[in-house]
Design a protein around this ligand. Structure first.
Ligand code: FES
Length: 193
């Protein structure tokens, strides 16, 4: 059941989404603390590197580390100066895919590096992680309520209850390494139920 943030008054989808965005900001602020911990909760910035979730060696990822047309690789951004992995907020978790550059929409191609695209791993519906991959159709799937996203075209919603596309994290290559080119294309947020 969807929670209302409006003292019993009906709350529309837009308002709920706004509340979700608010919650996202609250989550982020709530986890910040001085020094490295603060950096760990900050959203990815231009120049950040990407490291695989669970990689204790924090080795920056390259396109060769991402399987071609394979299942998504989960990653965290990392500050290149002090190697702070930005894992202090789950809203920073991103998914990486390596796709055929010729199959990408112009918008998505402009954000890709050697065919590698990055999106938030947090579903815009109610915030589950988008962990499933349909290889035949090359679609991302959220396991919670089966929303499907088209990663070759800005991760637009092609099926399911998700209200909007997954925000993208534009990438570039620097000396063969994947680097964040720009912040997320939109707020990482979800509806609260
Ligand atoms: S949380 Fe992803 S489809 Fe519901």
């Amino acid at each position: 059941m969807t929670k209302s943030f409006n003292c019993g008054e009906p709350v529309g989808r837009r308002a709920i989404l706004k509340a979700g965005i608010g919650l996202g900001i609250q989550l982020s602020l709530g986890q910040e603390s001085p020094g490295q911990e603060e950096g760990a909760s900050q959203r990815p910035k231009e120049g950040d590197l990407l490291v695989r979730v669970g990689d204790s060696t924090v080795t920056p990822l390259t396109p060769a580390d991402i399987p071609v047309r394979g299942k998504q690789t989960m990653a965290w951004p990392m500050d290149p100066t002090d190697k702070t992995v930005r894992n202090g907020s789950r809203l920073n978790r991103v998914l990486l895919l390596r796709l055929d550059p010729e199959k990408l929409s112009p918008e998505t191609k402009s954000r890709a590096a050697d065919g590698v695209v990055a999106y938030t791993a947090i579903c815009t519906h109610t915030g589950c992680e988008v962990t499933e991959w349909v290889a035949d159709e090359q679609l991302l799937v959220c396991p919670c309520h089966e929303s499907r996203f088209e990663p070759k075209d800005a991760a637009r919603v092609v099926d399911g209850p998700a209200p909007r596309m997954l925000p993208a994290l534009p990438l570039k290559l620097t000396n063969g390494t994947l680097v964040v080119a720009k912040p997320f294309t939109g707020p990482v947020a979800f509806e609260v139920q």
